[in-house]
Write a protein that binds this ligand. Structure first.
Ligand SMILES: [Zn+2]
Length: 465
């Protein structure tokens, strides 16, 4: 009956207006859909690292940026819709580079027989409904999944978003994890050897994952960063302080040393010392990118951080919120996390200064304190805490991601001719970086989505679907 009603509605619409309009799950969130409009009197941060430009007019025509110039010199095209947004800032759509379509729905620390704390255990909830909406709401218009737990679900989400059947960013779906035994995750296949790895990559490349003869990234442990660079890897996840085993004493080839040994190996290293500087030179000279995922470490390792946000708790299911609040309270007050996070931040700033391509993503895993989208915004704030300027942090989360994906001619910066992927923010994040959270509208290929409506639509759903 309902199907019939929709069919009739479409038929009438087609008769009346001479064209059919798609009635999709994305439609209720669209607030701007004109073929020609102008964001007038806005501040522009173009994503190249250049300083913000005041009182600009951004002209959008048929999904592309037609021109950017001062409002005083604006010659609006005929029939253009004029959107006066003084006090607002426009930045390029974010390119999230460690943006899973899943979320840790609960977190438990197993207690051993003699009362000692064991390895944390994770329960993973896929988030094909909530994650794309939260990413888009926060300004992410392009993302890479960077490891898939349910690759078929990820591919379907991508196809439905591309067909405009649901709201969300453009997605680069990576293959499932290439994981060696033993894994802590029941959902991951444990490879038996190189032949098995080849078989898995061939299969998922044929299914549509961006795996074959394309770029390779990794969250490593048994293989060190120097080894991976020599093997030709393109990107390394999480930064070295929490993921590189080059400096673990007694490291055996192809064996992942335990967590405390890894932490200690970087705790005593000097970022300006010869070992780290050599690693930075090795990365830069081989054009190996590094993906920063500061929010996941902040949440899991630093007591009392990040500041609790009501919008985040609202988006989570009651169980997920409870699980996170419990895990949050368990972070020891004498945790070495802050010193390690500071070291990671210092590494990232040094890597950028040396000409390295730093990418960014939230990694919505860990103890549940990082949500899709909100975590991407937190990443920008933490890059600024690290010592980069807000416009540099925005460049890392926009242009750099586009460069890595080979899409810099189409997305990543605000230039005439580029796709109209942009984020309209109330306030000035180049002065107060936290204002990056005040997203009003996210434009993807010139279609404007209401951020608040997207967030409201996932109320209580993170950890469920
Ligand atoms: Zn991850």
């Amino acid at each position: 009956m309902r199907r019939l009603t929709i069919f009739v509605w479409l038929f009438v619409a087609a008769m009346t207006y001479g064209q059919t309009q798609r009635l999709t799950d994305a439609t209720p969130f669209v607030t701007v859909n004109g073929p020609v409009f102008v964001l007038n009197h806005v501040r522009v941060i173009d994503g190249t690292g250049a300083t913000a430009r005041e009182d600009q007019a951004v002209v959008i025509e048929n999904g592309k940026i037609q021109s950017i110039g001062t409002s005083a010199s604006l010659q609006a095209p005929p029939h253009a819709q004029l959107l006066d947004r003084s006090g607002y800032t426009v930045i390029p759509g974010l390119v999230g580079m460690h943006n899973h379509l899943y979320y840790n729905s609960s977190y438990s620390v197993q207690v051993g027989a003699s009362g000692e704390l064991g390895e944390p255990g994770f329960v993973i909830a896929t988030a094909p409904f909530s994650a794309p909406r939260l990413y888009l709401a926060a300004g992410i218009t392009t993302m890479r999944t960077t490891g898939s737990i349910e690759p078929y679900a990820d591919l379907k989400v991508k196809q439905r978003i591309d067909a405009k059947l649901m709201p969300g960013p453009s997605i680069d779906v990576t293959a499932p994890y290439l994981e060696g035994p033993p894994t802590r995750y029941a959902a991951m296949h444990e490879l038996t050897g190189p032949e098995d790895a080849r078989r898995l990559v061939d299969y998922w490349a044929a299914e549509g994952a961006t795996a074959h003869k394309l770029k390779l990234t990794g969250h490593l442990c048994s293989v060190t960063w120097h080894e991976a660079i020599a093997l030709g890897i393109d990107d390394l996840e999480h930064g070295p302080v929490f993921a590189d085993t080059d400096f673990v004493s007694g490291k055996k080839p192809d064996i992942c040393p335990p967590g405390p040994l890894r932490d200690n190996s970087w705790a005593n290293l000097d970022i300006s010392g010869s070992q780290v500087q050599h690693l930075i030179r090795d990365l830069v000279s081989h054009h190996v990118a590094v993906t920063s995922t500061l929010p996941v470490f902040e949440a899991a390792r630093i007591p009392g951080r990040p500041k609790l946000q009501q919008r985040m708790l609202n988006a989570m299911s009651a169980e997920s919120a409870q699980s996170y609040l419990t895990a949050r309270a368990r972070v020891p007050s004498d945790s070495p996390g802050m010193a390690l996070l500071r070291k990671e931040m210092d590494f990232e700033v040094a890597f950028v200064k040396a000409g390295g391509l730093l990418l960014a993503g939230p990694d919505p895993t860990g103890n549940g304190g990082v949500l899709p989208g909100f975590g991407d915004q937190r990443e920008i704030e933490l890059l600024v805490e690290a010592g980069l300027s807000p416009v540099q942090a925005i460049q890392i989360t926009t242009e750099n991601g586009a460069i890595y994906l080979g899409q810099q001619d189409r997305i990543g910066t605000l230039m005439p001719g580029k796709q109209a992927d942009l984020v309209l923010i109330e306030g000035d994040p180049s002065k107060n970086v936290e204002e990056i959270e005040n997203v009003e509208t996210v434009f993807k290929a010139g279609i404007g989505y209401d951020s608040a409506k997207l967030i409201e639509s996932v109320h209580g759903q993170v950890g469920v679907r």
